[in-house]
Design a protein around this ligand. Structure first.
Ligand SMILES: [Zn+2]
Length: 267
């Protein structure tokens, strides 16, 4: 599943290709993805110029010149291919024709993605989201959100009201780097530990975005596909490996998701 760094990398790619271009036409090859496509979508965006491509959590927000906002979420397996010359794949669901003669194709085998359009500041998928980890998010904010929570810290980090877009992989890695056990009750995490955790979450996401950026350059030459990239992780999917402390990386299941951690150095 694309996580925040991958979505940010996709945003950068879309922004560099799309901003300033006019949408000449749209072809919807089915009725919808996770939700039905909004009625009249083709007519509403045809002829519009793309002004900006932003990101909120894992949602891509494409600003059009009439202040409408196109919302795209990649779900589990979504991918935008830029400068496509053909679209015949059975998982190609949306084709956008741009005024430079290129096509951008949205492909999504599992169809958990979302494509919607709205106007104004409010959208039901965005309204309840917590702070952006790479914005002005602080350890005081995290500390106040955890103070009354009895669930394990790992579960709280995946709660989009606590912080958006950290995701399973980066939650495991950030807890490991912070030496905090994923099983600790959130309300027992001290302010100093919140500081470390917030710093490590920001670091790891920024590092992953840098990796994504360099992969993107290699990638764009091939077929223009923007997907997500495999990073090097210390604990994620490393069950049985030796930790740098001499302990062993273990796997446990929390709320049906795998957590990887080292009980020797995470307390
Ligand atoms: Zn260890």
């Amino acid at each position: 599943m694309p996580e925040l760094p991958e979505v940010e990398t996709v945003r950068t790619g879309l922004a560099s290709s799309w901003i300033g271009k006019r949408i000449d036409g749209v072809e919807l090859k089915r009725d919808g993805l996770r939700f039905p496509f909004p009625k009249g979508l083709e007519k509403r965006i045809s002829g519009r110029v793309i002004r900006n491509v932003r990101r909120r959590a894992k949602y891509l927000l494409i600003d059009l010149d009439n202040s409408d906002i196109l919302l795209s979420h990649l779900g589990m397996s979504g991918k935008w291919t830029l400068d496509a010359t053909e679209s015949d794949g059975k998982h190609d669901h949306v084709v956008i024709y741009l005024d430079d003669g290129t096509m951008s194709v949205y492909n999504d085998p599992r169809r958990f993605g979302v494509l919607d359009i709205f106007n104004g500041d409010s959208h039901k998928l965005l309204d309840h989201l917590g702070p952006e980890p790479l914005g002005n998010w602080t350890h005081e904010d995290l500390f106040s959100k955890l103070r009354n929570r009895k669930s394990p810290i790992k579960i709280c980090l995946l709660d989009q009201k606590v912080v958006v877009g950290v995701g399973n992989i980066y939650a495991c890695e950030a807890l490991y780097r912070s030496k905090i056990s994923p099983k600790r009750k959130a309300c027992t995490i001290k302010k100093k530990e919140c500081k470390k955790l917030v710093d490590e979450i920001k670091n790891i996401l920024a590092e992953a975005i840098r990796v994504g950026g360099s992969s993107l350059r290699d990638f764009a030459g091939a077929d223009g596909a923007l997907g997500y990239f495999i990073h090097q992780f210390k604990v994620y999917d490393k069950e049985g490996n030796e930790c740098e402390c001499g302990g062993t990386i273990e796997r446990l299941v929390q709320s049906n998701r795998s957590t990887f951690w080292c009980k020797s150095c995470q307390k």
